[in-house]
Ligand binder design. Sequence first.
Ligand SMILES: [Zn+2]
Length: 202
Amino acid sequence: MGLQSLAFVRVLIEGMAEKKKSDNKWVFVEDSGIHGKGVFAKRYIPEDTRIMEYVGERISKKESQRRGLEQMDMAAEDKRVGAVYIFDLNKKWDIDGNIPENIARFANHSCKENCEAYNIDDRIFYYTCKPVMKDEEILIDYGYALEHFLDHPCSCGAKKCVGFIVAKSDRAKFKRMRNRKEVKFILKKRKKKSSKRKSKVA
Ligand SMILES: [Zn+2]
């Protein structure tokens, strides 16, 4: 495919969006062991399959910033409406994917992704980057920059989970930061919590 994966801006807050039935050929939305809702394979999906499009309203960067802040404020007041699903499309535009048709917004992050987002003629498509088994969760790399990683803990459950949502390209760099005192402290706290819960990802 040769196209670049995009940085993905998403702030997630618990307790939102009811179950949606999907007429997508490949995937469906269901509760996830990682976070809230997730996207799962209806059937075996071969590598390099276009499984869904990240659809939504095209908005300017300025509007994107305004909505992001507004939605975060709403989330602070009422957790049921709280989520920001804004995808960085190009230098000028973003996509606000907070519409019911957009099941791609439920795809969770993992340190071991099986899917990648591609910008093709200014539309965002999700492609599998390895074969995905039936009922396996669709997982992507949110591509978060290294700054503010403490705000984005990762509970993907992958063997090589680095503990925070960090872009694949920055993970090696991040591993060198892991011995910092505050990082160790948070990882320890989270380990206790997650050992009580069974994760879906091996
Ligand atoms: Zn992880």
